[in-house]
Structures are given as structure tokens and as C-alpha cells.
Design a binder for this molecule. Structure first.
Ligand SMILES: Nc1ncnc2c1ncn2[C@@H]1O[C@H](COP(=O)(O)OP(=O)(O)OP(=O)(O)O)[C@@H](O)[C@H]1O
Ligand SMILES: [Mg+2]
Length: 280
């Protein structure tokens, strides 16, 4: 299998990606590409491997077979030093939150700016305030994550992900647990980043309204494969009964007939914050 890019302008390309944990096959030949500047939304049942897929994109997990190309580079071939450099391209807001618990909100959001940019303290401070303002958080700079609500922590994680204006943004359920108004706000920010900064964005969501709002394309994963990918209007009209069942959240249908109950076990392993923002 080729590990070189022949994908033209695609920013991210997953090619025939396979991943199993023990005997449990999670990804079973995932093929999907994200064009530069595109906003791709990934949907799918709980435990279908959405978070696992995203972790392959930044090299937190290595595929058993297949390849992940980012700007034509096969991520799984990068060594430790290269991967640290490579991750500068990304802003990530992970499902688990992954804030530094012992750091204040200000320190959390400032972290990528201090690590990845040459901004002065005053510039960092201004950007931290700007990002917190964007997610409508006021007066929480000196609080610790444990002093915030779950939704507030999620918004801090989001602010941290976008702080250094990265070229690629990965959001794993950025709006889960947020009220509808805040969800709409986060959606607007994602659309704005995509439109104005021309960021390439991959967002996982369970919220179909969000999916259709922020996606240039929506892709659905089922049984380890991407079974459909299309722009929102087209996606809504797809006749695949699995897609229709998922979009409309019906209890009865092929997703619940042909599959064992989806496992909702959270991914084990070290804290994502520790891994992704690890000091060199
Ligand atoms: N590090 C790991 N070790 C072993 N199994 C794992 C690991 N990470 C994920 N899995 C398993 O892989 C499967 C897919 O997990 P994943 O977290 O990607 O699901 P998901 O689609 O993101 O689900 P949800 O919508 O609930 O977040 C699950 O069965 C999970 O238990
Ligand atoms: Mg997940």
C-alpha cells in the first residue's frame, strides 16, 4: 500500500485504515479525504470508532494497516520529534476535555500560545481574553477547571484549541452537554474559523442540527467503514436506511437490527492533555 500522497489538494486522507484492539475490530477499512479548507463532520453510533479515527489523524494511535496522510505526509511514519513538530498544525478539543487540572483557565488557554508562538505576554493575554470572549466566558481566568461546570470546561477546551489559529482543527463532540444557544454559538465559531481562517476542520458530533449546520460534508461511520459521505442537502436525502435511521434517531431499523448493542466504554489510556500538549 502506498504511503505517499497522490491525493492532490486533499489536506487529510485516510486510506484503507484498519485498527483493532485485541480481537475487537474498530476501523475496518476507513477511506475518507478532507480537502484544504473543508469542514467535514463525522457522525455515527456510540462506540463506532469516531474518536479512534480522530486520534489516528494526529498520530496518537497507529493504524494496524492503511495510512493517514496529512499534507501528503504519512503520520504513522513520523518519529517522536517529528510528531511534536507535526502537531503544531493542529488545534484539538477532545471529548475527554483534557484540560490541565492544576492550571487556571488563563494558563490552559495560554499554553499553546506560549508553546507554539512567539507572542509577548501582553499579546498572549489579549488572545486568551479574545478566545474566552468568543465562547462567552467572563471572569473565569483565575479559576481552576474543577471550579467550572462541565459545559464551561468544554468551552475552555474549545478556546484552547483555537487559540493559536491552527490550520487544522479537530473537534470531538464540542457541543455535547451544552445548551442549544451555546451550541449554536460554538457552531458559529467553527463556521467562522472555516470561512475566515480557511481552516480545515473535522468535527465529530451527535447533534444532527449541528452536523448539517457546520459540515461542508457529512460522513457516517458504521461497522468500521465510512458508509456515506455527502454535502448536507444530499446527505439528508440519501436512501441508505442506516443513514435515515441515524438522522432521524429512530430506535427501529437496520442499525439496531444487524448490530450488537454499541459499546459505550470510554477509551482507556493516558490523559490526552498530557499526550497532546506534552512539554518537549
Ligand atoms: N485505547 C483503547 N484501547 C482499547 N479499546 C479502545 C481504545 N480506544 C477505543 N477503544 C474501543 O474502540 C471502540 C471505539 O471507541 P471510540 O471511542 O472511537 O468510539 P466513539 O465512536 O468515539 O463513541 P462515542 O460516540 O461514544 O464517543 C470502543 O469499543 C472502545 O472501547
Ligand atoms: Mg468518541
Amino acid at each position: 500500500m502506498s504511503t505517499r500522497s497522490d491525493s492532490g489538494r486533499s489536506k487529510i486522507a485516510l486510506r484503507d485504515l484498519h485498527k483493532a484492539f485485541g480481537s475487537k475490530v474498530v476501523l475496518d477499512g476507513v477511506d475518507v479525504e478532507v480537502a484544504a479548507g473543508e469542514s467535514l463532520v463525522i457522525i455515527g453510533g456510540s462506540g463506532t470508532g469516531k474518536s479512534v479515527l480522530l486520534k489516528h489523524v494526529i498520530g496518537l494511535l497507529k493504524p494496524d494497516a492503511g495510512t493517514v496522510l496529512v499534507d501528503g505526509v504519512a503520520v504513522e511514519t513520523l518519529g517522536n520529534r517529528e510528531i511534536t513538530e507535526f502537531r503544531r498544525k493542529f488545534g484539538m478539543a477532545f471529548q475527554e476535555g483534557a484540560l490541565f487540572d492544576s492550571m487556571t483557565v488563563w494558563q490552559n488557554v495560554a499554553f499553546p500560545l506560549q508553546r507554539l508562538t512567539k507572542k509577548t505576554h501582553a499579546e498572549v493575554d489579549a488572545r486568551v481574553h479574545e478566545c474566552l470572549e468568543m465562547v462567552r466566558l467572563h471572569g473565569v481566568e483565575e479559576k481552576l477547571p474543577s471550579q467550572l461546570s462541565g459545559g464551561m470546561r468544554r468551552r475552555v477546551g474549545f478556546a484552547r484549541a483555537i487559540a493559536h489559529a491552527p490550520e487544522i482543527l479537530l473537534f470531538d463532540e464540542p457541543t455535547t452537554g451544552l445548551d442549544p444557544v451555546t451550541t449554536a454559538l460554538i457552531d458559529e465559531i467553527i463556521i467562522g474559523l472555516n470561512d475566515h481562517l480557511k481552516s480545515t476542520t473535522v468535527t465529530i458530533t451527535h447533534d444532527m442540527e449541528s452536523a448539517f449546520r457546520i459540515g461542508d460534508r457529512v460522513a457516517m461511520i458504521h461497522r468500521g467503514k465510512i458508509i456515506a459521505a455527502a454535502p448536507p442537502d444530499e446527505f439528508r436525502r440519501l436512501e441508505d436506511p442506516r443513514v435515515q435511521q441515524f438522522i432521524h434517531g429512530r430506535a427501529e431499523g437496520p442499525l439496531t437490527e444487524d448490530a450488537a448493542p454499541a459499546a459505550a466504554t470510554p477509551a482507556a489510556g493516558p490523559s490526552l492533555g498530557e499526550i497532546t500538549w506534552r512539554k518537549r
